[in-house]
Design a protein around this ligand. Sequence first.
Ligand code: CA
Ligand code: CA
Ligand code: CA
Ligand code: CA
Length: 304
Amino acid sequence: MKKILFLLVLIVMAGVCEAKGSQDAANGNTGNTENPGTGDKPITLGQDDFYAYFAEIPPVIDGVGDDPCWAKAQWQDIKYAWMYQSPRSLPTGASVASDGTIPKTDDFSGRFKVVWTADRLYLLAEIIDDIIYTPATTPNQSPEKNDCLELFIDENASGGSRTAGGGNNFFTYHMNFDGVNVADWIGSRNELRNSHLKYVINKNDTTHTYVWETEIKVFNSSYPLNSTPAVDPANTLVTLTEGKKIGFAVAYCDNDKDAHSKNSSQTGDRDHFIGSMFVKGSTDNERNSSYMNSDQYAKMYLKK
Ligand SMILES: [Ca+2]
Ligand SMILES: [Ca+2]
Ligand SMILES: [Ca+2]
Ligand SMILES: [Ca+2]
């Protein structure tokens, strides 16, 4: 009888612990150092690193973030000014704090969430932008001159240049505002890679709020650099697993038709460029490094 009672107590305690773990995860109470569950050594999150949670049911890609999987995902801010010297400027009302961040303003504010399944990442980005302007009409020519969401993905968080290791080390997706076109800067030109992302933008021109819901294929460095095959080449599509570390960043090119730029003669160029992680550098060109090198990407850890 004593044995049975003891076993019952153990079972109840295990249930309480499991429930608390789930609740902590749902509340984001993950702490800065912990083991994501793979048995590897504990993770120490860097300043802009974060966990992406597993989606039991993938979201419906419709530009509406009411899918259950988004409820437990944590927002990450897009709050670092990457380019703001002449002719570009900071969003109206913003100034750069000592940690490189800018406050949310009506001119620009942005945040995003990421969840994952075994074969896809999913991104929900909420952008507030006062003036929408998209003068570059050819999708693979200067997409950064439009209002444009950019995604940076280094699948194995290796860092390095675009061709470091002799392959396709990372991807720099420029998502077109006026249609589902995805331009990837490959070193000398933009390659259209529309098959890599699927997205819908829910546009509210009254509140100036734009929700980009996106499904993302994740490829490894053996994916061809200079072409986009109709069928994903064998062994290039990555199976995602708990504990995986991915180099990841989100940025927004904000063109306001020069309404906010320092030099109005720069017709057609972006006014601001804001990213999701701190980048080193004292000039626009030094801070605008993520399209050429993935060393500074934040780390995203996949977690269940
Ligand atoms: Ca949805
Ligand atoms: Ca703006
Ligand atoms: Ca890589
Ligand atoms: Ca704009």
